[in-house]
Every structure is written in C-alpha cells, then in structure tokens.
Design a protein around this ligand. Structure first.
Ligand SMILES: N[C@@H](CCC(=O)N[C@@H](CS)C(=O)NCC(=O)O)C(=O)O
Ligand SMILES: [Fe+2]
Length: 357
C-alpha cells in the first residue's frame, strides 16, 4: 500500500508530497520547505516511515528547500536535477533515472521551461505525477526569470506530461487558489494556456503578458537553493527546546513522555487542568502539581511562574494539549504536554499522590 500525503506551506503556497512504501517502510519527500521541516519530520515519525531521499522538482525562487535540514535530521539523500546547477546534492538526476523507495519507484522526466533543471516525477504505475512548476492546475509556472522559456515549457508539457495516461493524476508544486490535484485528460482539455488547440505561439503570447511581480523571496531563495538549503550561517537556525527531552507532534505540540517528566520533575511546574474532583479522585495526581481547571486557565495565568518550564497534565492528554495552546498564546515559551496524561503516567508506574489502586 502506498502512503501518500499532500502537505501545504501557506507562506509560499507550496505543496510538499510524502510518498511511502507501506506503513513502516521507506519514504521520499518531494519539495520540502525549510520552515516546515519539523512538521514533516513529525509526520514521518508518526507514520513509522524512514525518509530515504528528498527530491526537488527544481531550484525554487519563492521558498528555501528543507532538503539540507532533513538530511541533517533524518539522514535523507538530497536529489535534484543535474541541470539545476546546485551544489551539495547526493545524487544528480537526469532523464529516465529511477528513484526507489521500498518496492516503489519514481521515474524522472526532464520538463524544462520554468527553469533548466525542472523535473517531473512519475510514479511507477503512472497513476500520479509531480509536475513541479511546469504544469500547474489550469495554469503553468512562469517563464520570465531563472532560465524560463515558454517554447521549451510548451514542449515539456505536450511531449512529457500530456503523453501520460489520461487518468494519471497531476500534483503541482504550487497552487495559489487552494486547488489540490488535476489529471492529464482534464489539463489537455481545459488548461487555458496549454490545452485544446492552443499552439506554441499562443502560449508564448500569453506568458509574455503575465507581468507578475517577482517572488518576494527570490534573492534569498535562489542562492540558498543552489546550496540545497544549507544556510550560510547556522547560528540563526531554530533550535529544539533543551530543558527536557521533548518531541514535536504533527498536531503541532511539544510533548514530554512520563519518563522524561519524572527525570525533570524538580525543574518544572506541573499544571494539572482537570476538574477538582478528578484531581482528588481515583487517578490521583502528580506530587507538587498546581490545579487550575482548563476553563479557568485564561483568568488565572498570574498563578504560574514565568521563569520555569511548564508541563500540562490532564486525564488522557487532550485538555492539557489545549492548555499548552492557551499558555503559548499568552507568552509562555517553555511549555510541553504530558503525552497520554495521568492514564499513561499511571500505566507506566510513575509515582502518584492520592488516588486509589
Ligand atoms: N507572490 C508570490 C509569487 C510566486 C511565483 O511567482 N511563483 C512562481 C513559481 S516559483 C510561478 O510560476 N507562479 C505562477 C503564477 O503565479 O501564476 C511570491 O512572492 O512568492
Ligand atoms: Fe518555481
């Protein structure tokens, strides 16, 4: 079974695609975004996948790739087109190359026109293709910077993408309206720039008159992407919290497990957000915990110290997750949720005050 996820970066309207060979198997990411690496790594971890490679569809002009950061975190290989001119990749791809993940494969097609190094990745059974900024949904990538050329793009789309099976689903690198996928048959018929009887001269005329502003990030993004996303200076990188061993969830929270909390129990404030009868009920509570029910938290923040990390606790870990959000919104920075709440704390035999059994 193929694992497939379409992920979105709202800042640049970029889609990142996760493809994995069954739960627990090898995976690749197409077009990861630097600022989303923590999120993407969390998803890969939660799905039990192992990231073997990051694949770029091209040298992006509007965001920095997460390839280098993912390699550093997860050991993935960086792959992109030989024609990209980028340095620091582990593998430089050309037409007809094959990228394997588990038993599945992506076939490489060169589809220049937006840049010289644009690639389209076609899944082994031709059910999906990832077209980067060559063919967009009812649109196309622009051709007015980097090595853009409308005549070359027209040939790429007609010869290398429209030649795929009608039902092949197409996934672009961007969509600025929130559209998510299309198919070869649809674009061949309805693409207003490239479909139907539209000829290369018509397309070139269309593209010459697009007159879009340059991407805001172009002067930062292109040089950084030519280094596969390696920062010039690593001191500015967002660091993971160091006050305890935490892990980041795809849900967007820092979590601490019972073992990690017990190790740091003296250094943190434990905030229990259950109701008073639960706090004194059969599950008991963690010694030293401050009780502020979730519904009262926003009005009682003054009772919490700001110079100590806070771990939030409830019965099963969900109300406490909302408490984390409330604390972060109110300027608390070092905050984590106890994964699984009191139920897991007790199941793993950590000490409890009060309670029964
Ligand atoms: N406003 C966006 C512009 C993004 C942009 O120009 N994207 C390129 C891809 S790198 C494109 O081909 N856009 C096609 C379009 O906007 O129709 C930004 O500043 O980042
Ligand atoms: Fe692009």
């Amino acid at each position: 079974m193929l694992v497939f996820r379409q992920l979105f970066d709202p800042q640049s309207s970029t889609y990142t695609y996760l493809l994995g060979d069954e739960r627990g198997g090898e995976a690749v990411l197409i077009d990861p975004v630097f600022e989303q690496v923590r999120r993407d790594a969390a998803l890969i971890g939660e799905l039990g996948l192992r990231l073997v490679a990051t694949l770029e569809t091209h040298v992006h002009a509007d965001h920095v790739t997460g390839a280098w950061l993912l390699k550093r975190r997860l050991g993935s290989q960086i792959m992109l087109a030989k024609a990209s001119g980028a340095e620091g990749a582990d593998r430089y791809l050309v037409e007809d190359d094959v990228v394997a993940f588990g038993k599945r494969r992506l076939m490489v097609r060169a589809t220049p026109g937006h840049t010289n190094g644009c690639l389209t990745y076609v899944l082994d059974d031709r059910s999906m293709a990832f077209t980067g900024d060559c063919l967009l949904i009812r649109g196309s990538g622009r051709t007015d910077f980097q090595q853009g050329d409308p005549a070359i793009m027209y040939r790429s789309v007609h010869d290398r993408i429209f030649s795929l099976p009608d039902e092949c689903l197409l996934y672009p690198a961007h969509d600025y309206r929130g559209l998510t996928a299309t198919s070869v048959a649809e674009e061949r018929r309805f693409n207003p720039r490239l479909g139907g009887e539209i000829a290369v001269g018509d397309f070139a005329g269309y593209m010459r008159n697009l007159k879009l502003a340059h991407p805001k990030m172009i002067d930062v993004a292109v040089p950084a992407n030519l280094r596969c996303g390696r920062p010039e200076n690593e001191t500015g990188l967002a660091r993971d919290p160091t006050w305890a061993h935490l892990h980041y969830s795809f849900a967007g929270l820092w979590e601490i497990d019972p073992h990690g909390l017990e190790e740091h129990v003296q250094d943190v404030q434990i905030l229990d957000v259950r109701e008073p009868d639960e706090f004194s009920g059969p599950l008991g509570h963690i010694a030293g915990a401050v009780l502020i029910p979730l519904g009262e938290l926003a009005g009682r923040l003054g009772e919490l110290k700001r110079d100590r990390p806070i771990v939030t606790v409830c019965r099963a870990g969900s109300r406490s997750a909302q408490a984390v959000t409330i604390l972060l919104q109110n300027g608390f920075t070092d905050v984590a949720n106890l994964t699984g709440g009191m139920l897991r704390w007790r199941a793993e035999a950590h000490p409890v005050e009060g309670g029964s059994g």
